[in-house]
Design a protein around this ligand. Structure first.
Ligand code: BTN
Length: 269
């Protein structure tokens, strides 16, 4: 198991985080190849690993996306990172962890590059209508509280168009593809973990509202005409806002409001 890739240095991540974070990156595990960093982090959490443990891989053979999709995970190009969190919250509040992570990633990428990243509900990191990254949160819960949550972050950093097979190339992008410049993954991973640490402290000390407010500021969904697919049903309307649980308030043509908790959004205009 190597501890480095050319632009991904775990030593550098640890050094850059030292003294700047209180939870994230307490322990960092680097794997050259893994099926899914989320699956590995889930196993570690099940064995009682410390909160803030991070699993980073250079490549995934079974990268998981939302709604059972696959996540393109070739080596040497992107960030595949999963963080173990143990907040004292109920399972119905778990969506806030995804909102918090989307806010953290968008802010971190904006700090490291000139890319105007926005968030498409619920968790897509977007630029110019194309997907730059996503977040998959998985939880293990008892009756009324989370035992642990795994926040899995995938960011397309130096992926080229030719690395994106089939139709993926028509809706995905990467920091390099958008800006034309190669970016060191170490720097972006450090910035994400610092932002995650900051926003996690906000969540634990103040609550969900500041996170929902910041999410709204970074969102490209709010106020837009959208088509939302929920299972087999399709709804069209205006994306009103999100509530503190992260539910989308969709204003339907008859002026009623439908609360949507999970689905796929296409922005119509
Ligand atoms: C989405 O569908 O938008 C979510 C994608 C999440 C991908 C990341 S990559 C690191 C972590 N490990 C996984 O298997 N998935 C997440």
């Amino acid at each position: 198991m190597k501890n480095e890739s050319p632009d991904m240095s775990i030593e550098e991540i640890k050094n850059s985080l030292s003294g700047h974070v209180s939870v994230m990156g307490k322990k960092i595990i680097f794997l050259e190849t893994v099926d899914s960093t989320n699956t590995r982090a889930m196993e570690l959490a099940g064995k009682g690993c410390e909160e803030g443990t991070v699993v980073i891989a250079d490549a995934q053979t079974g990268g998981k996306g939302r709604l059972g999709r696959k996540w393109l995970s070739p080596p040497g190009k992107n960030i595949y990172m999963s963080i173990v969190l143990k907040p004292y919250i109920s399972p119905r509040d778990a969506t806030v962890l995804t909102l918090m992570s989307a806010v953290s990633c968008a802010t971190a990428i904006k700090k490291c590059s000139s890319i105007p990243v926005t968030i498409k509900w619920p968790n897509d990191l977007m630029v110019s209508g194309r997907k730059l990254g996503g977040i998959l949160t998985e939880i293990k819960a008892d009756m009324d509280r989370i035992s642990y949550a795994i926040v899995g972050i995938g960011i397309n950093v130096n992926l080229d168009l030719m690395d994106m097979p089939g139709e993926i190339g028509s809706f995905a992008t990467s920091i390099k593809h958008h800006s034309g410049d190669l970016y060191p993954r170490t720097k972006i991973a450090v910035e994400i973990l610092k932002e995650m640490d900051k926003w996690y402290a906000v969540l634990l000390n103040i609550g969900k509202k500041p996170i929902a407010d910041e999410w709204m500021l970074l969102s490209s969904t709010i106020g837009r005409a959208v088509k939302v697919t929920v299972g087999g049903a399709v709804f069209t309307g205006i994306a009103g806002s999100i509530d503190e649980e992260g539910m989308l308030m969709l204003k339907l043509p008859d002026n009623s409001v439908k609360k949507i908790n999970a689905g796929d959004v296409v922005i119509l205009g």
